[in-house]
Design a protein around this ligand. Structure first.
Ligand SMILES: Cc1cc2nc3c(=O)[nH]c(=O)nc-3n(C[C@H](O)[C@H](O)[C@H](O)COP(=O)(O)OP(=O)(O)OC[C@H]3O[C@@H](n4cnc5c(N)ncnc54)[C@H](O)[C@@H]3O)c2cc1C
Length: 403
């Protein structure tokens, strides 16, 4: 079975992969940095976790139930990295909006030599062992091991001297787990923007060692020095929080609708699970594919994941599910809400990124039709995000005793 075939966009496949990984989770700390065929030493759960077909809380609980905490601490820490990045970006959304805004401008302004370097990098034809294989693996499978992502980003930025923003766009185009927080902020971390003055410079001997010699670039092929990348400071904004009165009002609605989107698909578990839902809408906003910059494969995977989440939500709530494709999500949802005579619609609030842009347009249209859209945020996020203010390790120290 090819690696991409093993990423089946269903919760059942996620649970099966989690179960398989649990048997080796205790060896994760020792093995995780090796980049090996099949990537059996890491969980490969990220595409499902990113769509929340599988929850971070479920992954952590399963690992801790099977192993002692010291045995899986490193793995648990990695799961929380995702939460840390998301909480950090919620408080500095300009890190995403600036990136999104500059990608087309940067693409248009590359000079001839950079264009050649870009074409070679995207096609995996640079002649640098490892880099070329990872470029091809990413496009073919939609997945890359974390260490390969770090080496790839470093070579992109410091050896080819290509803008990090275009590398991040290449990843967002092809990763099945593409996540605006983890991706944008990890690229910024490699480039030295997250921890000013601290870059990640890939070394040839490190690549050869952690690929068991499969990829052995010559030391002279890789840049050994960093370049200083500067930016204007990012403004900090207050975290969005739930409206307690609206949340309390949810149980009073006789006809409540649920909007389902690809940032939180396991609605049968958690804050929304106990609500009485009359109808579920998981319409697919066709324009998001271009706005988010996804390849056809990522778009198809994401849409199939939404379908799976919607099927389960329909079954859980005993509600009819609408799955239409639409070029105008706000108009379609208002129509659906009216047809179902809904008094209100509830949804998990998407995080900073393309789905939030859809969500805000939707909220405005429903509000204009006199139908409130009530946002929820999982307790996991609400409790942890406020701690993502400085670096990861202060975050980890504060939150590791939670739950
Ligand atoms: C340049 C770059 C870009 C990245 N882009 C993304 C992205 O778009 N989406 C994404 O989910 N991750 C991204 N990561 C983080 C990390 O590489 C992936 O989460 C991880 O490789 C996924 O594989 P896995 O599920 O086998 O991870 P495991 O090692 O098995 O980890 C378990 C889970 O923890 C989380 N996790 C692990 N490491 C990290 C990390 N460093 N940052 C955030 N979460 C982590 C993921 O949810 C993962 O599924 C990026 C890292 C780099 C260096």
């Amino acid at each position: 079975m090819s690696q991409s075939a093993s990423f089946i966009p269903t919760r059942a496949a996620a649970l099966a992969r989690l179960e398989e990984f649990l048997s080796v989770a205790g060896r994760y700390a020792a093995d995780r940095n090796y980049v090996r065929e099949g990537h059996t030493n890491v969980s490969r759960l990220s595409p499902w976790v990113q769509k929340r077909l599988l929850l971070e809380s479920e992954v952590v609980a399963a690992a801790r139930a099977r192993w002692s905490f010291p045995a899986v601490e490193k793995f648990v820490q990695e799961v929380y990295w995702r939460t840390y990045w998301k909480g950090w970006l919620e408080q500095r959304p300009a890190a995403w909006s600036r990136w999104q805004e500059c990608v087309p401008r940067l693409r248009a302004s590359l000079h001839a030599e950079q264009l050649l370097a870009l074409e070679a990098a995207l096609a995996g034809k640079t002649g640098i062992a490892g880099f070329d294989a990872w470029a091809q693996e990413l496009v073919a499978t939609g997945y890359l091991h974390n260490h390969a992502r770090m080496w790839f980003a470093s070579i992109w930025i410091f050896t080819f001297r290509l803008p990090w923003e275009l590398g991040a766009a290449f990843f967002m185009e092809h990763l099945l787990d593409g996540d605006v927080a983890s991706n944008t902020l990890s690229w910024r971390w490699v480039a030295g923007l997250q921890t000013p003055g601290k870059t990640y410079v890939a070394r040839a001997d490190n690549i050869a060692f952690y690929t068991d010699g499969q990829h052995a670039p010559e030391a002279g092929q890789l840049a050994s020095a960093q370049i200083a990348i500067k930016e204007e400071p990012l403004p900090k904004v207050a975290l969005w929080t739930e409206d307690a009165a609206q949340v309390t009002s949810l149980v009073g609605y006789e006809r409540l609708g649920l909007w389902l989107h690809a940032e939180d698909l396991a609605v049968a578990t958690g804050e929304l699970a106990g609500l009485k839902i009359h109808a579920v809408n998981a319409a697919w906003p066709k324009g998001i594919v271009e706005r988010a910059g996804w390849s056809e494969k990522v778009a198809a995977w994401t849409q199939a994941a939404v379908r799976d989440g919607a099927t389960q939500a329909g079954r859980h709530f005993g509600a009819e599910v609408s799955l239409e494709e639409t070029s105008n999500l706000p108009v379609s949802l208002v129509e659906w809400a009216k047809q179902n005579r809904l008094q209100a619609v509830v949804a998990y609030r998407p995080f900073v990124g393309s789905w939030l842009a859809e969500a805000l347009a939707l909220e405005a249209a429903l509000s204009a039709a006199g139908i409130p859209l009530i946002w929820r945020r999982r307790a996991w996020d609400a409790e942890l995000f406020p701690h993502a203010t400085r670096g990861y390790f202060p975050f980890w120290e504060r939150i590791k005793s939670f739950g």
